[in-house]
Structures are given as C-alpha cells and as structure tokens.
Design a protein around this ligand. Structure first.
Ligand code: PEP
Ligand code: MN
Length: 359
C-alpha cells in the first residue's frame, strides 16, 4: 500500500485541535476563533458521539455540521469530525467537512468500518483512523486497509491509547510499541498522537505530547474547549485555547534526522519501551501482592502457616527454568524472586497480625 500524506510536510508538528463535542454554535465558533491565531492545521469537533453507556451526551447531530461550515467559511480553518456509519459520511460530505475520522469504537468493528469504507467509495477525502479500543494491531491495520481499498489514499493513523483493565495513570494506556509497529509496517503512513484520550486528564498532556514528538510522530490531536470544566463530554481532559497555545509553545519539535540524531532517536525509542515495561512490572507486582493479601486472609481463616517451603521451592524452580529459556541467569531470577517472596510474606503477615519488622 502506498499512502499519500494527509498533511503537507512542515517543519513543525501538525496540530489538530478543537472540542471533544460540538455543543452550541457559540461554543464551536468561540473555540475556533481562539485556536485560529495559533496556526492549527485542522479544527476537530465530534458531532455524533459514541458513548460507552446510554444517557451521556450523544452529540448534537447534523445541526452541528452547519456550525463547522461556519468555522471553515468565517474563521478559515479546515474541519474534521467522526463518522461511524453511511448516514454520517453522507451528511459530513454534504456540509463540506474536509477530513473524516474513524473513532476507536468503530475501528474495533469490521462491519462498521466496512460500512464507512463503502460509503466513501469513489470519494477523495482524507481519513484519519484511530486505533481500536483494545490493543489489537491487526484490527487497526484492517481498518486502514478497508479504507484504502475503498480508493482513499490520504490516510493517517491516530493513536489514542488502549483500554486496559485496572488502575493506571492514563485513561487509555499508550502502549507505544503498537503504533511504533504500525509505523514499521506502513512507513509512509502519517501518525498523530491524540494525547487527550490517552491522558484523560490535563496535567500530563504536555509530557505525553512531547513523548510523541520525541518518538517521531507527525502531529497531535488535542481537545480544546473555551470552558473545559463545563464541557458536555470529556471535561477533565480538555484545556482552554490559551493553555493549549502555551503547551504547544513549549514543545520541542525534533529536527530532521542526521545520522547522529538517528542514533539518539533509536536510543529514546528503546528507553521509552523500557520505561513502559518497568511500569507494567510495577503493576504486575502490585497485582501479585493483592493476591498475596487474599491468600493471607484465607490462611488466617483456616489457621494455616504463611510460609510453605514446598510451594516456595516450586515457584523458584519453575521460574529459574523459565528464566533460563529467556536468557536470564539463575542468580538473577533467584534474587528477584526472593525479593518478591519476602514482600509477599510481609503482606500476608500484615493481613494475619498487623505489620512485621523487616529483617
Ligand atoms: C473523540 O475523539 O472525541 C473520541 C470519541 O475519541 P475515541 O474514538 O478515540 O474514543
Ligand atoms: Mn473526547
């Protein structure tokens, strides 16, 4: 597949910004007027909102498309909105929307993606394809391929993070290795980081945007609202046009590569992966200790001793064997597991009779 760029190559990141949802004509125009002087490349606003549960604001519908048309005509910004079915595509085209995007909840469903692709057949309009909600690279690739097969060549990917079970600091875990793999498979596909949906909160938007640029992303998609706290959807992650401008001003765009830059980039790429693995290790250890707490409770109820030598030997032997196959030395595995085991015993003891003094 040979993609064409959705955005002409420029020396700075491509900027897509606008509210999560179009709420009122005033809110849309006010946001656009706040963003236009910052030189953004594309104005976003959701017209039809796929909500996880019914009852939440589901978007203003077709009426909002006329507001986006005013953004284009009066403020001079190109516009984009999410489409999830044939009717959305036809309506958006009728109102002259410049770029369409396929949302995360649509990318997960090949029937829906195919419906959108069929509606686009013979139309020359750029399409952004968000990653699916779940961490499935093939679904993401499949959605891109379906749109491509409909004859669309100007396609870009939008990385908005993945839904994972359990508490994390992100609303949607970035799992950077997935978009990086996508870029490896489709090297000429532009890739945009939707850090708003990754973060789900304002305070970490800037470092995640910077991380995306450091990894060589082509641009950013950011949710911006004139009064974020009053937003009808995704209030916690939206920022004012002013705050957005400040964030963008402080970002460092990475330069065109020299061989030395290449080296640094690869190093960064590896380090980010290591950080992510470390985060996952911590989460796994946390989950393991929660299980230890439960076991402690159970042993207490049944009056069983905490330390079970046969069980510990089994765990150790199994891990050493597994580790060996993965190129890990026996000493290393033993040290790591011993630490984990000690912590696990401490957790169980605490459950049984309050905190113990460590050795
Ligand atoms: C959005 O961009 O407002 C949206 C609904 O995003 P996603 O499909 O990534 O959840
Ligand atoms: Mn949103």
């Amino acid at each position: 597949m040979q993609f064409q760029p959705v955005f002409e190559k420029i020396e700075r990141p491509i900027l897509i910004a606008g509210p999560c949802s179009a709420e009122t004509e005033e809110q849309v125009l006010e946001t656009a007027r706040g963003l236009a002087p910052l030189g953004i490349d594309l104005f976003r606003a959701g017209i039809w909102k796929p909500r996880t549960r019914p009852g939440a604001f589901e978007g203003v519908g077709t009426e909002g498309l006329a507001w986006l048309r005013r953004v284009k005509q009066e403020v001079g910004l190109k516009t984009t909105t999410e489409v999830a079915n044939t009717q959305h595509v036809f309506e958006a085209l009728k109102y002259g929307i410049d770029v369409l995007w396929v949302g995360a909840r649509t990318t997960v469903n090949p029937f829906s993606v195919q419906e959108v692709a069929d509606a686009l057949s013979g139309v020359d309009i750029p399409v952004l394809v968000k990653n699916p909600v779940n961490a499935d690279l093939k679904l993401w690739m499949g959605a891109i391929e379906r749109i491509y097969k409909a004859g669309i060549r100007r396609i870009a990917a939008v990385h908005r993070g993945f839904s994972v079970h359990g508490e994390t600091k992100f609303r949607n875990a970035p799992l950077w290795q997935l978009p990086i793999e996508l870029k490896r498979v489709f090297p000429d596909l532009q890739i945009i980081c939707d850090h708003s949906h990754i973060c789900g909160r304002r305070d970490i938007l800037a470092p995640i945007a910077q991380q995306a640029l450091d990894l060589g992303y082509d641009g950013l998609m950011t949710e911006v609202h004139p009064r974020p706290d009053e937003a009808w959807s995704d209030a916690e992650q939206q920022v004012t046009p002013f705050a957005y401008g400040e964030m963008v001003r402080h970002l460092t765009a990475r330069q065109i590569t020299t061989s030395n830059e290449d080296f640094l980039k690869s190093l960064d790429f590896l380090r980010h992966q290591i950080d992510e693995i470390d985060d996952r290790l911590m989460q796994l250890l946390g989950s393991r200790m929660k299980l230890a707490d439960q076991i402690g409770e159970y042993k207490k109820q049944n009056n069983i001793s905490i330390y079970q030598p046969t069980r510990w030997n089994e765990i150790l032997e199994h891990a050493v064997e597994k580790g060996r196959a993965l190129g890990l030395s026996e000493e290393f595995v033993a040290v790591v597991l011993k630490g984990i085991h000690e912590e696990s015993i401490a957790h169980q003891s605490k459950v049984m009779h309050g905190p113990v003094l460590s050795a």
